[in-house]
Unconditional design. Structure first.
Length: 65
């Protein structure tokens, strides 16, 4: 991130943290989508990936914006 975050400004710290959380969720979602495209996944692995995607959606919904 190119802009400086003032650690004494709680709003800036929370905003920076929220953006980081969202980016991490996006990266994880892309990774899970790639895994779903793998035709050799077992049914159990597919279920695990779908569960992880659902959990990410829940986390994104809970993130304060």
């Amino acid at each position: 991130m190119s802009e400086k975050i003032d650690p004494s400004n709680q709003y800036e710290v929370e905003k920076s943290s929220t953006l980081y959380d969202i980016r991490e969720c996006q990266k994880r979602m892309l990774d899970l989508e790639r895994r779903l495209e793998n035709p050799t996944l077992s049914e159990e692995q597919m279920k695990d990936v779908r569960t992880a995607i659902h959990e990410l959606f829940e986390k994104l919904r809970d993130i304060k914006t």
